[in-house]
Unconditional design. Structure first.
Length: 111
């Protein structure tokens, strides 16, 4: 598998389409194909951004979103729940998370 910069590729397709006068329908089809490709998950530093804040009000900890995380000083990734306001916890302990990523969709066997 080869990873590409999809946004850059879309710009190249659009530029080529304009310069070579491609039919707009074909260009739109190509752009939709690019957008439909699976994305590679990547680590996001907490200084770059945090996950969306959980809903306000009474929230059960079990209802909060879990993420793959890197804890400061750790050598391997683990999982933590984001409780909002930059706080991450697991098993009742709060951790200093430096990077995170959403979990992939669960595996579903093909029918």
């Amino acid at each position: 598998m080869r990873l590409i910069d999809a946004d850059k590729f879309k710009m190249q397709v659009a530029t080529m389409a304009i310069s070579e006068d491609f039919p707009i329908e074909k260009v739109n089809t190509m752009l939709k194909l690019i957008d439909g490709q699976p994305t590679q998950l990547r680590w996001i530093t907490v200084s770059e951004r945090l996950p969306a804040e959980p809903p306000e009000g009474l929230v059960y900890m079990d209802d909060l979103q879990e993420y793959a995380v890197m804890i400061a000083g750790a050598e391997r990734a683990t999982f933590c729940t984001y409780s909002g306001n930059g706080e991450w916890y697991r098993d009742g302990v709060f951790y200093n998370v430096v990077a995170w990523m959403p979990l992939p969709e669960p595996y579903r066997p093909e029918d």
